[in-house]
Ligand binder design. Structure first.
Ligand code: MSP
Length: 574
């Protein structure tokens, strides 16, 4: 049954179903704030691109006001040690690395509206106020704490999260089971947070909000954690050991634990403690799986203790490996995103990471895969289709050609045409696919499955190429009036498909989508998702593009990438 809907979006499913996805209201989307101990790598960029694509998508849907926050995590032992190792001071190291992150994210077209550095006074003030709220609520107490501390993870780890290994000298040592980093026995007087009191409130929060942690396997993981031991959390360090951090208000002998400091960035980004009211808790945090416990257990508990609601959603992604190996400085296989953007272009690399990155599982990065995906889907399929359907030889008037209903009659079932038109069953299938595409894409974006949205778009592009190929419009004779009608109709349908693809691809490949839409003369105010209509002429309604002159031909939409023989990453050949 063919029923391409006229308006491709329902009014607002979030509002209609009360699912609270935040599409109708204000929303803070966030990336994690990045440790300022080393330059960005592609894993960091992936976190940021996911958040950016969601933020851009919301903007195109005309949802309520949105903010995208990012920044750098600048305190703690890890930074203090990295600065010492680099022979510099923590503030100098942070200044340099924070600048690198800002530059890389800007270059990658991450449309952040806030960039928080935890060394900024406005953030530090928010942390002190948040600490005060915890203290006033009776959620803190001073206790003697001892346990295994993992500096790279900035975390005390329980026995259940430890494994045995050998250090550089071959001596037996304890390491974090998750990251493999060595842990050290640490004993000190700390402020403790009554995390253990929050087991039931956390369970309730998760039970009442089944989409609070996505995808589902991570939600289940958090529920399991809440079945295990939930000891109170040490939330300060002795200042004599850790001077690089925010002092505990009223106790200058202690420094606030770097994770409490860092998590509060989500509040300071929206003006806590004075102005956050209009925004909080409408927050969606994009985080990697390694920092899930901090975001789905500690953070909601801290917020509840401070009298605030937990964030609406925690969106979790897995990790990028490089040729099957974990990325690490010691293996020398850390992939530099700036190099990648230079080699594959900004949009090419954005497309690759978002198309191939599956939040539920780790994904492998290697050069040949980037070239293959980007060349086949962006350069050949999408770029080729635009090129073929706008070539002067096939479209000499350089306008958006008219659609003929006699060539492509409207039917509720293809079999009813009785052979009247020239369109085939597959052509009707194409219409159904493209008409339903925006809604499918919406569902995938809301479900944090951007890769699936891109897969659907890529399939439709392929279907449109087959449509074009099937009818061989270049063989039709423009001088013959009936052939011209059909030729124009083929071009009209193709350009309509391209317009839908360009519109939907804006959150992922903003520059390429802009080039595509500009070539089709789609004006900025016509690029939103809420008013997106596909092929209105099929329904006998006017099409604002029909007869319009096309935009300037600014060359190939996307240049094919070179298949370089070798690629160097860090100090190794990839
Ligand atoms: N500073 C903390 C976050 C504090 S948020 C209140 C931190 N920083 S990080 O720089 O180590 O990591 C930032 C993000 O990059 C995390 O989401 C992390 O999961 C992600 N990635 C780090 N390595 C990664 C891969 N190899 N692959 C994908 N993302 C990974 O954690």
């Amino acid at each position: 049954m063919l029923r391409p809907p006229r308006r491709l979006f329902p009014p607002n499913r979030a509002a209609a179903t009360g699912t609270g996805t935040g599409l109708d209201r204000r929303l803070l989307l966030s990336t994690p704030i990045f440790y300022a101990n080393g330059p960005p790598h592609i894993g960091h960029l992936y976190s940021a691109l996911l958040a950016d694509a969601l933020h851009r998508y919301r903007g195109l849907r005309g949802a309520g006001p949105g903010r995208l926050s990012t920044g750098t995590d600048e305190h703690g032992l890890k930074i203090q040690q990295a600065a010492a190792a680099a022979g510099t001071s923590p503030p100098e190291l942070c200044e340099r690395i924070s600048g690198l992150f800002r530059q890389t994210l800007t270059q990658a077209a991450v449309s952040f509206t806030e960039f928080t550095r935890t060394s900024q006074p406005r953030h530090q003030r928010a942390v002190r106020r948040f600490w005060g709220a915890l203290r006033d609520a009776g959620a803190l107490y001073k206790g003697s704490y001892e346990g295994w501390y993992c500096t790279p993870e900035e975390s005390f780890l329980p026995e259940s999260q430890l494994a045995e290994s050998r250090d550089a000298q071959g001596r037996l040592c304890k390491v974090s089971a998750e990251s493999g980093h060595q842990v050290h026995w640490t004993k000190e007087e700390n402020y403790m947070f009554r995390l253990s009191a929050f087991r039931d409130p956390l369970r309730e929060w998760l039970r009442d909000n089944p989409r609070a942690v996505s995808p589902e396997p991570f939600y289940q993981r958090v529920l399991l954690w809440l079945e295990e031991d939930l000891p109170d959390l040490s939330v300060s360090r002795e200042r004599s050991r850790l001077p690089w951090g925010i002092p505990v208000p009223g106790d200058p002998t202690q420094t606030i634990y770097v994770w409490v400091d860092a998590l509060v960035n989500y509040l300071s980004a929206v003006g806590y403690p004075e102005e956050h009211g209009g925004w909080w808790p409408a927050a969606h945090h994009v985080v990697g799986k390694d920092i899930l416990r901090f975001h789905a257990v500690y953070w909601p508990a801290l917020l509840m203790a401070a009298g605030l609601a937990p964030p609406q959603r925690v969106l979790v992604h897995s990790h990028w490996t490089v040729r099957g190996q974990k990325m690490s400085k010691s293996l020398g296989n850390v992939v530099d995103p700036v190099g990648c953007m230079g080699r594959y272009t900004v949009d090419g690399f954005r497309y690759f990471l978002l198309r191939q990155g599956v939040p539920e599982r780790d994904c492998d990065y290697y050069h040949e895969k980037v070239v293959k995906v980007v060349n086949s889907e962006l350069a050949d399929a999408l770029g080729g289709l635009l090129n073929r359907s706008t070539a002067p030889s096939i479209n000499p008037s350089n306008t958006f050609p008219p659609f003929s209903q006699s060539c492509f009659p409207k039917v509720s079932d293809y079999r009813e045409t009785g052979g009247r038109g020239r369109a085939s069953a597959e052509d009707y299938e194409l219409l159904v696919s493209v008409a339903s595409l925006p809604l499918r894409v919406a569902t995938y974006f809301e479900g944090f499955q951007i890769y699936k949205a891109l897969e659907c778009i890529a399939l439709c592009v392929r279907q449109t190429n087959s449509f074009f190929q099937r009818h061989q419009p270049w063989k039709l004779n423009r001088q013959d009036p009936s052939e011209k009608l059909w030729l124009d109709t083929i071009l009209h349908v193709t350009l309509e498909c391209l317009r839908v693809y360009g519109t939907l691809l804006q959150p992922v490949v903003p520059h390429t989508a802009d080039k595509l839409l500009s070539r089709l003369a789609v004006q900025p105010q016509e690029r939103g998702l809420s008013g997106l209509v596909f092929l209105p002429r099929y329904h006998g309604e006017p099409c604002p593009f029909e007869g319009r002159g096309l935009g300037e031909d600014s060359g190939l939409l996307f240049h094919r990438l070179e298949k370089a023989k070798h690629q160097w990453v860090g100090s190794r050949e990839l």
